[in-house]
Design a protein around this ligand. Structure first.
Ligand code: NAD
Ligand code: UFG
Length: 336
């Protein structure tokens, strides 16, 4: 069975390609390498000892997509391709709406045209906004404070309309919590361009000496130690959830959302302590001001994914930090 993976050279996509190849699927990647490099895919092949096919193609290129669907006849799509920097999305909203929303609509049109109606979509816990925690899939979503988050909410709504118009679609909306960690080989991992926006890549660059110190965004929240609480999930656990979702959409039609998280909350200071333990050195950090738009605390109720997808997270915070540190040490200058 052939799976088309948009954004397959990116952080979560590359780890998912490893799991797909290991499970015996044929993989076709579509990526424009805006935030990744083709060398990542060589590393996916090295890890698995299997070949995949890739196209340097933008998901907004309808003609390009039509050719790929005609040539490779994928039975299902996993749709990772998108821009994801929350702060940048407030400065460049039209770029985000064009890339994420127009790109997704173009992809869905190409799928419909090819008769491929099975899709797993990368959504985000951000769609829950200010709901009480833990977040559950049946909560009202969409109270989102930035254009990036709104693209996720809108694409979920668009897919809902697509299903309502044609019940032969099979759609899985995976709402990721905070993916961190790396493949244990150290060959692939999170490798952002420039200065990282997210906590874990920032910590690992401070630890390796590429950045001077981490600023903890706020120490005065109403949480156990004053810092924000998040639900961190190992990227390999997250990748495996896609395998379960692919199995589910090939067995049935419908549209379902699933929380993909650990169901546990850790503070920024918890993460710093765990990282210091695995790296064996103290991390240089200061407590600074709050970051605009950050929620004090959120984590998943992941029981629906446990029950209906047969998926649950295996790896703990220590393993997440260990694998991040291993990747950072083996790739001090990233993947070229
Ligand atoms: P990433 O940037 O590492 O990967 C995205 C990939 O998509 C990149 O390889 C990029 O080059 C490609 N891409 C972007 N726009 C494209 C386009 N128009 N055409 C073709 N390829 C394009 O990001 P990631 O962390 O792997 O995230 C994957 C998906 O998961 C994204 O949709 C993201 O919004 C979503 N998500 C990520 C997180 C997170 O914390 N990493 C959390 C929730 C949801
Ligand atoms: N943080 C710091 N210092 C930093 C970076 C982050 O203290 O330099 C803190 C943040 O304030 C937050 C926590 O670390 O409390 C995690 O921050 P991230 O930026 O790593 O992650 P977010 O929870 O803000 O956002 C992530 C994804 C979004 C997604 C959201 C909800 O980056 O794409 O989870 O799923 F929308």
């Amino acid at each position: 069975m052939t799976i088309l993976v948009t954004g397959g050279a990116g952080y979560i996509g590359s780890h998912t390609c490893v799991e797909l190849l290991n499970a015996g699927y044929d993989v076709v990647v579509v990526d424009n390498f805006y935030n990744s490099v083709p060398a990542v895919l060589d590393r996916v092949e090295k890890i698995t000892g299997k070949k995949l096919k890739y196209y340097d193609c933008d998901i907004r290129d309808r003609e390009g997509l039509d050719k790929i669907f005609a040539e490779d006849k994928p039975e299902a799509v996993i749709h990772f391709a998108g821009l994801k920097a929350v702060g940048e999305s407030s400065k460049l909203p039209l770029l985000y709406y064009d890339n994420n929303i127009s790109g997704s609509v173009t992809l869905f049109e190409a799928m419909e045209n090819a008769g491929c109606k099975k899709i797993v979509f990368s959504s985000s816990a951000t769609v829950y906004g200010n709901n009480p925690i833990p977040y559950k899939e049946d909560m009202v979503t969409g109270d989102v404070s930035n254009p990036y988050g709104r693209t996720k909410h809108f694409i979920e709504q668009i897919l809902g309309d697509v299903y309502n118009a044609d019940n032969s679609w099979s759609i899985s909306l995976l709402r990721y919590f905070n993916p961190i960690g790396a493949h244990e080989s150290g060959l692939i991992g999170e490798d952002p361009n420039g200065i990282p926006n997210n906590l874990m890549p920032y910590i690992s660059r401070v630890a390796i000496g590429k950045l001077e110190k981490l600023t903890v965004f706020g120490g005065d929240y109403d949480t156990k130690d004053g810092t924000c609480i998040r639900d961190y999930i190992h990227v390999v656990d997250l990748a495996k959830a896609h395998l379960c979702a692919v199995r589910k959409i090939t067995d049935s039609t419908g549209i379902e959302a699933y929380n993909i998280g650990n169901g546990k909350g850790y503070s920024v200071l918890d993460i710093i302590r765990a990282f210091e333990k695995v790296s064996g050195s103290p991390l240089n950090y200061v407590i600074g001001d709050r970051r605009a738009g950050d929620l004090p605390a959120f984590y998943a109720d992941a029981s629906k994914a446990n029950r209906e997808l047969g998926w649950s997270a295996e790896y703990d915070i220590e393993k997440m930090c260990e694998d991040t540190w291993n990747f950072q040490k083996k790739n001090p200058d990233g993947i070229k």
